[in-house]
Design a protein around this ligand. Structure first.
Ligand code: SAM
Length: 185
């Protein structure tokens, strides 16, 4: 997987030009900007920095990490400002930092986490965040789901915001979906 994304780095941002992303871009970018405003942010698997850029608008400081240097080099070219630093780092073996962060971010990453390594990933990420920190994850846009309650077909944004309750665990989490153009079947 690491090799795949290293090779794909130059063309990765085409993803965000596909039609299914267009409608919700602004909303998602604003969500990231709002939740990171004035805060220190540790991002894992940041890739080419698409969501880093949204956070950089108002975050106090960001350390954006990725396993591969290639996508980070593209992210660095965005010119996001001196408050954003990029660092090659394995999401499962993050370095120790001289501060604990207020927000963690890991977008389009969760589906790649090997379930057997989930606890390892989350616990060492949590150890680098402050108590009460938030973990923001955009998991992707599914074009449609069938809404169980209403039977409607709804385009949704799948994303979540989990709050770190203890030094080692994210206890409560909230999944937010924003139905658009709900269509009855
Ligand atoms: C689907 S991309 C998501 C990139 C970015 N977060 C976004 O939403 O556009 C997955 C990223 O995970 C990175 N990656 C793969 N394995 C990793 C690992 N073990 N640790 C950190 N990053 C990794 C890849 O280099 C790639 O940039």
């Amino acid at each position: 997987m690491e090799d795949y994304y290293r090779e794909r780095a130059p063309s990765y941002d085409h993803l965000y030009r596909t039609s299914e992303w267009q409608d919700d871009f602004a909303w998602l970018q604003n969500w990231v900007t709002r939740r990171t405003a004035g805060r220190s942010v540790l991002e894992v698997a940041a890739g080419t920095g698409f969501w880093t850029a949204a956070a950089a608008r108002r975050a106090e400081a960001i350390v954006a990490t990725d396993y591969n240097a290639e996508p980070l080099a593209i992210a660095a070219q965005r010119g996001l400002g001196a408050h954003v630093t990029f660092l090659a780092a394995d999401a499962y073996a993050l370095p120790v930092f001289d501060r604990a962060f207020e927000v963690g971010m890991a977008h389009l990453w969760w589906s790649h986490v090997d379930r057997r390594r989930e606890r390892q990933f989350l616990s060492q990420l949590a150890a680098r965040l402050q108590a009460g920190a938030e973990l923001l994850t955009i998991r992707g846009i599914r074009k449609t789901i069938t809404c169980q309650r209403s039977g409607a077909i709804e385009p949704v944004i799948a994303m979540s915001c989990a709050r770190l309750k203890t030094a080692a665990s994210f206890k409560s989490s909230k999944t937010t979906r924003r139905p658009r153009n709900c269509k009855r079947v």
